[in-house]
Design a protein around this ligand. Structure first.
Ligand code: OGA
Ligand code: MN
Length: 295
């Protein structure tokens, strides 16, 4: 069966597509990877159903799209980790596959995913693609929502476009967790997650489209007083995440969803705390810090 990439959401025909005719549990040809990459340039979120992946297969597929990030943004490091460093652990499990206690610091930290964000915007070179594989899902809740940040830019009024066009924000995981009242970071964590600058408006290398590069990790705008900066970032985020620019993905086990962090934000939705949700993310690094990319 030939590869097919078709819009998944009639209201947003250039945003989310479903990919069929490919079995990711087997090696794919470079030409197929190139078709998928072209699909990512046209859309920004691709959904692959019924893909029974193990970690090795997920890694092998992901590497077609560039060098992978290490999961240095996860709070569990060293012998606390359940997964190897090329996989972000997007679960509520400890390394023995037991559900984390309600007040476990690792679980609380992971609740940062409930806030709108772009993956690794807190790293000097942020993420290009994220590939999230659903191994075990809860029986309700736990959707992932995606916001189209190209549409967010396109629909901004001209005055606001001019205001934000050259803005630079600082991003840190410490900023996003502060939004949730989590402030108990060690000196080492603060050093590791020191703020990094990112352009607020960026041009997508594959499509040429501009987008708003927002994220809950953004905590300042260079040259602006902090309260005014946070109020503007909140206002832009509200604009970007209006229902008409958002798609909710309802997970089935063995879905793989791939999104472009340069053109989208996403967030997790709540699910029952006593149910297992085992998702694993591979992350393709972007080419350079956003300030070094063409504006
Ligand atoms: C992620 C993420 C959202 C979710 O994997 O980067 O934010 O629904 N996931 O788990
Ligand atoms: Mn994320």
């Amino acid at each position: 069966m030939p590869l097919d990439i078709s819009p998944a959401c009639p209201e947003r025909p250039d945003f989310v597509a479903e990919v069929s005719g490919v079995d990711l549990s087997r090696p794919i040809a470079p030409s197929v990877a190139a078709e998928i990459e072209a699909g990512m340039d046209r859309f920004a979120v691709l959904v692959f159903r019924d893909q029974r992946l193990d970690d090795d297969r997920q890694l092998e597929f992901s590497r077609h799209f560039g060098p992978l990030e290490q999961a240095t943004g996860d709070i569990a490091q060293g012998d606390q980790r359940r997964l190897r460093m090329e996989l972000n652990d997007i679960s509520n499990l400890d390394k023995d596959n037991a559900i984390l206690a309600r007040d476990d610091r690792r679980r609380l930290f992971a609740l940062g995913n409930l806030l709108w964000h772009s993956d690794s915007s807190f790293k000097a070179t942020p993420a290009k693609y994220s590939l999230l594989s659903a191994r075990i899902i809860p029986d309700r809740g736990g959707n992932t929502e995606f916001a189209d940040m190209r549409a967010a830019w396109d629909t901004l009024d001209a005055d606001t476009q001019a205001l934000v066009r050259d803005m630079v924000c600082d991003h840190s995981q410490v900023f996003s967790r502060a939004v949730l009242g989590m402030t108990d970071f060690t000196a080492e964590e603060r050093r590791k997650w020191a703020p990094v600058p990112q352009r607020l408006v960026r041009r997508h290398a594959g499509s040429g489209r501009l987008s708003l590069f927002l994220s809950s990790h953004a905590g300042t705008i260079h040259g602006w007083p902090v309260p005014e900066a946070l109020a503007l970032l909140r206002d832009l985020t509200e604009h970007a995440t209006q229902r008409e620019r958002v798609h909710a993905h309802e997970w089935r086990a063995n879905d793989l969803v791939m999104w472009d962090n340069r053109a989208t934000m996403h967030r997790a939705r709540r699910y029952p705390a006593d149910q297992v949700r085992d998702m694993r993310r591979t992350t393709v690094a972007d080419s350079a810090p956003t300030l070094q990319q063409a504006a």
